[in-house]
Design a protein around this ligand. Structure first.
Ligand code: ADE
Ligand code: ZN
Length: 319
């Protein structure tokens, strides 16, 4: 089955072997990042963020990012993904300095162009990191606004949802919106319904996760009535303990309430998931089949931050 993925962190998609290889090349010490089996090792969400940032520390040059993107797009294509949106953090690409970012972007655009010719299309969502604070986010927003168009199609924010309010970052979201970028923000993963309302106040048409909307019937109605799309990452939520199990996950209840849900992997090697794994578990837990999977992919196509011609081409894949 063909698939669209809207929520994939490029750094978080780095296979452990890829990161170990780079660490060896650079003589970097990544003790504590891997368990004895060679998987990423972390405890809880804060531990996850620390492990993620330590692993990312060996991505140091445009060539490192280009090699990572090539590997990630190849793996996504193997999963049947035909279009993917990748969160990329300019903070990790030369400290969100515009001139450095342009070099990283040029290297990645070359890889994305090659992959498109090979059958997997992609776009980048430049992503601020909430726990780095609003001043850092502004630098990321400037990188996004100055390089908007082409591969750079969106602006978003991930990181620790417990830090401040999303509305503290309004300048950055406004800047990205004025540049014509699509907006999404991680919310309603760790924070409750009010955190999602803050993301909506920023002008986001998509919410990263958003699953805690299930706690608020009025908010569910707003999401359904305004066709806001949730980038749901069920295996991530179960692995990090947002929900205790697949059957307890609210994705099917949200869809039944008329909320546009889509399915993504977030940071696949950290959560031992793939797009096929997500679809298989959704089939097991909720009896989803071809009808439901076609629907979530149509919603994904409609919410994608791509040009209209690409959207029409994607929609034709899911009649
Ligand atoms: N960055 C990478 N994965 C994330 C997640 N699940 N939540 C917030 N920030 C992230
Ligand atoms: Zn995420």
């Amino acid at each position: 089955m063909k698939k669209i993925e809207l929520h994939l962190h490029l750094e978080g998609a780095a296979p452990p072997g890829f990161i170990r290889g780079l660490a060896n090349e650079k003589g970097a010490d990544l003790s504590g990042v891997f368990d004895p089996q060679g998987h990423y090792a972390y405890d809880g969400f804060d531990g996850f963020l620390r492990c993620y940032e330590a692993a990312t520390s060996v991505l140091q040059t445009p060539r490192d990012y280009a090699r990572l993107l090539a590997e990630v797009l190849e793996r996504s294509a193997e999963q049947g993904v035909i279009y993917t949106e990748l969160f990329v953090s300019p903070e990790f690409c030369g400290g969100a300095d515009l001139s450095a970012w342009r070099d990283y972007l040029a290297a990645m655009t070359e890889i994305a162009d090659k992959a498109r010719a090979d059958g997997i299309d992609s776009r980048a969502i430049l992503t601020a990191i909430r726990h780095f604070g609003p001043d850092h986010a502004r630098k990321t927003a400037i990188c996004a606004a100055e390089t908007a168009g082409g591969w750079v199609a969106g602006f978003g924010m991930g990181g620790a949802e417990s830090v401040g309010r999303a509305t503290d970052y309004a300048w950055s979201f406004d800047c990205a919106k004025e540049a014509g970028l699509g907006l999404t923000c991680h919310a309603g993963e760790w924070g409750g319904p009010d955190s999602i309302r803050d993301a909506l106040a920023l002008g986001c048409t998509r919410i990263g996760h958003g699953v805690r909307a299930i706690e608020d019937a009025a908010l569910i109605r707003v999401l359904a009535d305004t066709a806001v799309t949730l980038e749901v990452c069920p295996a991530s939520n179960v692995a990090l303990g947002v929900f205790p199990s697949w059957p307890a996950h609210p994705i099917a209840r949200l869809a039944d309430a008329g909320v546009r849900v889509t399915v993504s992997t977030d940071d696949p090697p950290f959560f031992h998931t793939t797009m096929r794994h997500e679809y298989d578990r959704l089939a097991d837990a909720f009896g989803w089949g071809d009808t439901e999977f076609a629907q979530i992919n149509r919603w994904a196509a409609e919410a994608a931050f791509c040009d209209p011609a690409t959207r029409d081409r994607l929609l034709k894949e899911f009649p």
